[in-house]
Design a protein around this ligand. Structure first.
Ligand SMILES: Nc1ncnc2c1ncn2[C@@H]1O[C@H](COP(=O)(O)OP(=O)(O)OP(=O)(O)O)[C@@H](O)[C@H]1O
Ligand SMILES: [Mg+2]
Length: 227
């Protein structure tokens, strides 16, 4: 799955002040690659990721998934489209407090009629196990550490085998060993032809990317050459 952004802008209105966060962004993200986006706090990275993950609309411009122009998809079909194609890992995790770790990870499989309940549980447990959470499946988010919550959110994003993985600071709260495990998982997904876009402040993650980008003054620009 390729994602193209054409002439994407985003402006927020705060009191009577107009804040232009994204300014005429044109970019093509290709499948099978890992992209990282860095940039100062408040520059608009989450805003951009929300637009790419179809949770927010650009103020102007278009987002396309392959040849599908997103603004042509009827609103009521968007959740299904997102569910079929996107695994999103949010900066604030967004786990459901009154559901266990396992139940949180099962959410994306609820609407998948091709997978039985037992099979869904098996897949969810497999992902939790890969992410070192085998012994935490019956815990509620409040009883998990920050890093464990983050890894649960990663398992939930990947359980439905999405074509596109969008991650906002996915290793912000984990130790080096977990970071390596997570990066290895992302590499495997890219090798399978998936598109992975990661917003990060971590140098390790940035250096791991195939393509490193920077958001600066509303523009998405190449970050630096890798030698
Ligand atoms: N709903 C909103 N209304 C008004 N302003 C907003 C809104 N959402 C974001 N902003 C502003 O847009 C700018 C970009 O925010 P964003 O969350 O995208 O930054 P970020 O690059 O992800 O920062 P961080 O690295 O701290 O997560 C900020 O100045 C923020 O105040
Ligand atoms: Mg952010």
């Amino acid at each position: 799955m390729k994602i193209s952004l054409s002439k994407v802008t985003k402006t927020f209105l705060h009191s009577s002040e107009k804040i232009q966060v994204l300014d005429d962004i044109n970019y093509l993200f290709e499948s099978g690659k890992i992209y990282t986006i860095v940039g100062k706090s408040g520059v608009g990275k989450t805003t951009l990721l929300n637009i790419i993950s179809l949770l927010d609309n650009p103020s102007s411009g278009h987002v396309c998934y392959d040849s599908i122009v997103i603004d042509k998809i009827p609103n009521k079909e968007l959740p299904k489209f997102r569910q079929n194609n996107i695994g999103a890992i949010f900066q604030e995790y967004q786990l459901i407090d009154n559901m266990t770790c396992l139940d949180n990870v099962l959410i994306p499989l609820w609407t998948n009629e091709t997978i039985s309940k037992d099979e869904a549980k098996r897949i969810a447990k497999l992902w939790l196990s890969k992410l070192g959470l085998k012994n935490r499946i019956s815990h509620y988010p409040m009883t998990l550490s920050g890093g464990e919550q983050q890894r649960t959110a990663i398992a939930r994003a990947l359980v439905s085998n999405p074509k596109v993985v969008l991650a906002d600071e996915p290793t912000g709260n984990v130790d080096e060993e977990s970071e390596k495990i997570i990066l290895d998982i992302f590499r495997t997904l890219a090798d399978q032809g998936k598109l992975v876009i990661i917003v990060t402040h971590s140098k390790t993650v940035k250096d791991f990317a195939d393509i490193s980008l920077k958001l600066e003054e509303g523009k998405l620009v190449p970050n630096e050459y890798k030698f």
